[in-house]
Design a protein around this ligand. Structure first.
Ligand code: PGA
Length: 253
């Protein structure tokens, strides 16, 4: 039985002060909620303060990205050991906005994912097709290619620290969500690929989040699908009430 994992991806939003007030509210209101794991991904500048505020709570602090080298002449970059030092326990890699605007490729996403795991953090590897790719019936092919690159040569033992986020690009920030059936079809496909890659036991442990305009109104139906194990939430994670409603909808059991 997989514990669902809901992560709020704040993207380029919230000052440190705003981040702290949101996270304080989440910490207070989610302390008694069981059967679901929760994380927040603040901006890098707020990450250390957020992690400190979350000490003693079960809410994980996640980074939104991570470079693959640990130290050196890499102006502007942040490494997995530094993120861990600031208090992060998870990092997202391969978000479609990184792929679209910042040149991330399946190869670089794989390098990032391996660096995150090597530093002892958990990794959320995002995959998902554009509208043109879906319309061209290439969804599964694109997901396969991104998944293969993202996983690289990982071993099955990473399963507890590996999360795949399926985020159709056409559903991100558009208000247009994949239907539960559309999402489940791709999630089942990903699970099948994970089974081929890691074996059934590990594949059964790996959580596959759905992302793309998840809201309180659609979360329950999405989370009811067999292979949807939580959500990566953008816009709706910026408001405590909406995010809390999504977390509650994702509870198992
Ligand atoms: P959204 O973003 O919920 O605002 O669509 C999801 C994401 O990009 O992770």
């Amino acid at each position: 039985m997989r514990t669902p994992f809901v992560v709020g991806n704040w993207k380029l939003n919230k000052t440190i002060g705003e981040a702290l007030s949101l996270v304080t509210e989440l910490k207070n209101q989610l302390s008694a909620v069981k059967g679901v794991a929760v994380g927040v991904a603040p901006t890098f500048v707020a990450l250390g303060s957020v992690a400190k505020r979350l000490e003693g709570s079960a809410i994980a602090t996640c980074a939104q990205d991570c470079f693959w080298e640990s130290t050196g002449a890499w102006t502007g970059e942040l490494s997995a050991p530094l993120l861990a030092d600031a208090g992060a326990t998870w990092a997202i890699v391969g978000h479609s906005e990184r792929r679209q605007h910042f040149g991330d490729t399946s190869v670089s996403v794989g390098k990032k994912a391996r660096a995150v795991l090597a530093a002892g953090l958990g990794v959320i590897v995002c995959v998902g097709e554009t509208l043109a790719e879906r319309d061209g019936n290439r969804t599964l092919q694109v997901v396969d290619e991104q998944l293969a690159g993202g996983l690289g040569d990982m071993a099955a033992s990473v399963a507890p620290k590996l999360v795949i986020a399926y985020e159709p690009v056409w559903a991100i920030g558009t208000g247009r969500t994949a239907t539960p059936a559309q999402a489940q079809e791709v999630h089942a496909h990903i699970r099948q690929r994970l089974t081929e890659r890691f074996g059934a036991v590990a594949a059964d442990q790996i959580r596959i989040q759905y992302g793309g305009s998840v809201k309180p109104s659609n979360a329950e139906a999405l989370m009811a699908e067999k292979d949807i194990d939580g959500a990566l939430v953008g816009g709706a994670s910026l408001e405590a009430a909406d995010f809390i409603a999504i977390v509650k909808a994702a509870r198992s059991g």
